[in-house]
Design a protein. Sequence first.
Length: 208
Amino acid sequence: MNKFLLHLFSLQHLCFIFRITPKRPLQEDRKRNTDHVNNEPGGKRRWQVQNNEPKTVFSRLSARVPSNPDDSGDDDDGSVRPAVSSRVIATPREIPSRQDVIRRENVDERSKQRNKRMFGALLGTLQKFRQEETKLKAKEDKKAEVEARVEEAKRREKEELRRERQQLFLSRKRQLAEVKALEAKLARSKQFQEWRSSQLPLANFIRT
C-alpha cells in the first residue's frame, strides 16, 4: 500500500513538473505529425501521436498544441461560438447642486457687470475722442476760413494795386500828351512872334 501511494505521488509530481515547464518553440527537425480528431462529444479535441510508441501519461502530456490558428482545427462547422453582446452604457450625467448654480449665476452676473463697465468706459473714451475730433475740426475749419479771407484780401489788394498802376499810367500818358500839345503851341507862338518882329521894319515900305 505504501509503495502504491509513493508511486502515485511521484506521478503527480511529474505531472506538475510538466505542467509548469514552458513550451519550447517548434523546430523543423523535431516536428511531429499529428491528426486532429473530433470524435468526442461536446466538440472536445484530442491529439494522437502517429508513431508506434505506446500511449502513456507522458506522451499525452508532452503532446504540443500547434500555435498556428490555421492548423488548430477551426474548420469545424459544428462548433458554435458564443456571440458577445455589445451595449453602450450611458454614463450618469452630473447634476449641479444649488450652490454651484448660484455660484455660476453670481460669476455670470459679475462678468456682465464688468463687461458693462468696460463697455461704458470704452463708449466714454470714444465720445471723448469724437468731441476732441469735433473741436479740432472746428478749429481747422476756422483756420481755413481765416486763411481764405487773408488770401481773398491779398488778391483784392493786388487787383487794386494793378488798377491804380494802370490809372497812373493812363494819367501820365494823358499829361504827357497835354505837355506836348502845349509845347507845340508855344513853338508856333514863338515862330509867329519871330516872323512878326521880322516883318515890322518892312511895314513902311511898298513891295514891288
